[in-house]
Ligand binder design. Sequence first.
Ligand SMILES: O=C(O)CCC(=O)C(=O)O
Length: 281
Amino acid sequence: MFADMTEGRKSGNGFVGLGAMAAAPELRERFERDGFVGPIDVLTPAECGPVRAAIVEILADLPGYEPRLYEVERAHGARPDEVVAHFLGGWRVQQALRELVFEPRITRLAAMLLGVDRLRFFHDQVFSKPPGHPGVVPWHQDYSYWQRTAPACHITVNLLLDDSDEDSGCLQFLPGSHRLPLLPSIPFDSDLEAIREHIAPEIPWHPVAVPCRAGQATLHHSYTLHGSGPNRSDRWRRAAVLNYMGADVRVADDSAPLLRGVPHLPKGAVVAGECFPIVLG
Ligand SMILES: O=C(O)CCC(=O)C(=O)O
């Protein structure tokens, strides 16, 4: 089928060069087989500029913005030269990040791969690695952090705002790992491969790095193991991450609000309300 798409170009296990939706059946097949797809063209490189500027503004005054964000990585605050900058909730404070949440080029792709007609926004994240920064994002499964919502019907879009490759610490995936059981959640400042002590030695460890150009994205299943190494390059490596879920996902644990500053929803309630908008359907 790819052979028909003569203007297109295959890269990684995704598809670039034509509208990704044109390749929907292939992408879906790859997503089901590997637990991730990418790189996929989402934004133009020019459209990344305002998003990068929004991130620069937040990072320049993280303590000032923190009260309006959902979460700022504590270990980064304590050891900024060692730990990657990571925060949740940028969509609440910067228009360019807010617009990404509702961007149809993103939401249509996410809903198609998740296999839902109605898609709901959960939260956003930003990961920022300056040139030469030694920080890593340890291998993890996203749902290990999201068990307070159920069922696991979630998908992650990782949108690169700078060209990224193995030198600059691009994202890596373990193909097929979405079929593993749920593993323990790993503290953000752990070693890159800390998760391996929880994985049976007979499970093959063959990570696949997915370099992306600015404006390209990867999408992954919430059980897929992924992580990223240090930035050994002289370039920035920043990513805006959009986490979506099916419209019927419910609160599984109401011991606290799902995120700082959002209404406290009771156990069993659909994760709904203006903090968790329907973005498609
Ligand atoms: O961008 C990274 O290095 C990590 C991103 C991540 O963990 C995610 O997209 O879920």
